[in-house]
Design a protein around this ligand. Sequence first.
Ligand SMILES: Nc1nc2c(ncn2[C@@H]2O[C@H](COP(=O)(O)OP(=O)(O)OP(=O)(O)O)[C@@H](O)[C@H]2O)c(=O)[nH]1
Length: 477
Amino acid sequence: MRFTFLNKDKPLKNALILFIFTLFFCFIGSHLRQPAELSLFWPINALLTAIFVRFSWLHRLRYYLVCYGAMVFNDTLFSGWALPAFTLNGANILFILVAVSMLIQRPGLINASGRVKSALSIFPACLLASAVCASWGAVAQGLLISERFLQAWSDWLSEQFSTGVLLLPFLLTLPRRPSLLSTLRRWQQCLPIVALMLSLGAAVVIGGGGSLSFPVPALIWCAIGYPLWLTSGLTLLTGISEIILVVHGVMDIQGDDRLLPLGDLASARLGVATIAISPLIVAVSMDAIRQLNHQLALRANHDFLTRQLSRSGLYERLHQLEKNGELRARLTGVLLIDIDYFKAINDNYGHDAGDAVLFEVAQRMQQAVGQAGLVCRFGGEEFLVLLFDLDDGQLLEHAETIRQRVMQQKIVLRGSAVTVTVSIGVASGNLETDSVSESFNQLVSAADKQLFISKRNGRNQTTSSLVGESAVTDALA
Ligand SMILES: Nc1nc2c(ncn2[C@@H]2O[C@H](COP(=O)(O)OP(=O)(O)OP(=O)(O)O)[C@@H](O)[C@H]2O)c(=O)[nH]1
C-alpha cells in the first residue's frame, strides 16, 4: 500500500489526510448500506487498521480522534444522525484500536517489504476487535436489554470479522509495485485463477451451505503458486463475491430453489470434502518444500562427484562442532592432499577419466580415514582430511597410510593401469573457539606451505612442520 504522503514529521498534514480518507470511505460505506438495508461491507475500519499498522507511528490518541471526528462528521452531515453518530462510531474506533494494538505488538509480523509472516495472528486480532466492536455497537444501539441484542451483536461481529479477515491480509502484504504480469507470464500460471472461477460457478450451480467452501482448494492452489498479496487479493475478491451472491440469492445456501436437485446433506458433504482436501494440499506442498530444503542442504554440503564433504560442508560441520562445544581444547590436525600430475591424467585419458580418478582417490582416502576424521574435497584435485586429538606422530602415520593406500593399487583408465600418487602437507594446532574459521584457515595455510614443499621436493610424499621439513618421503612405486 502506497502512502508516501504520510510523513512522521508533519502531524497536521497527516491529520488532514486521515480525516479526508476516513470521510471518503465512510461516505461510500454509508451509501453501500442503504440499498441492502444492512451493511454488507464497512471497509474503513480494516483500511485504517492497515494504515496504522504499516505506519506504527500513527498509533497515537490524536490520530484516532481525527478518524473518529471524520466518522461523526460524515454521519451528522450525510446521514442526519445526532447522538448515535457519536456513540455508534465509538464501535468503529474500538475495532481499529484493538486490532492495531494486537498487530503492532509484533513488529516482526510485518517487515519492511510488507510481508505478513504469520497471517494467523490477523485472525485472533480481528476476532477480538470485532467482538469488542460488536458489544459496544449493540449496546450503543440501545439493545442491551432487548431480545434483539444477540441478533445485532452477531450482525456487527460477522460483518467486522469477515471484512477484517478478508481485507487486512491483502492490505498488509500489498507491495509498493505489485506486478501481475511477472506472476502470470504463461497461460499455465493462470490455471489457479481459472479453477477459482470454475469453483465459484460450481458453488452457484450446486448451492447449499457446503458450497461456500468450494473455492478453498483453488485458493490453496493460488497460495502455492502466487505471491502472498495476490492470493490475499483473490481471497478477498472470492469472499466479497460470495457475500454478494448470497445476499442477492444467486448463491442459494439455504433455500430449495437450486439449479441441481441436491439436498443440504449432499451440499454439506461436498463442502466438507473440499475443506478436507485443503490441509492435504498444504501438507503436500510443505513436504515438497522440506524435501527441497534437504536436497539443497545436501548439495551445498556435499561434493556431487566424490560424495565427500564440500568445502562449505566442512565449514558447516566445524560450525556445528563448535556450537556443540566439541572443539574446545581439542588438538586439530589438517592434512592437505593434492593429486600429483592430475592435469596429465586429464590430458592423456580425458576429463571423464580424471573424474573417475577423483572418485577413486576419495574412496581410498575415506577407507583409510574411516571414522577417525572427516574427508573433504577442498577444491579441484585437492582434498583435506580433518583429524582430532592426535599427536604429531599419529598425524604423520595417518597421512602416510592415506598416501600408501592411494598409490597401492593401480587405477585402470582406458585399458591402462595407472599409478596415482598424492602429495600431503600436515599442520596441527588448537582452534580458537571465538574465531574457529579464522584459526582453521591458519592451519590450512600452514598445511598448504608443507604441501608446496612436498611438491617441490618431487611429489608423492608427506611434509610436516611438526617434525621438520620433508620428514617422510617415499619413492615412486
Ligand atoms: N577431470 C577433472 N579435472 C579437474 C576437476 N577439477 C579440476 N580439474 C583439473 O585438475 C587439474 C589441476 O592441474 P594442476 O593444478 O596443474 O595440477 P597437477 O597437474 O596435478 O600438477 P601438480 O599438482 O603440480 O602435481 C586442472 O587441469 C583442472 O582442470 C574435476 O572436477 N574433474
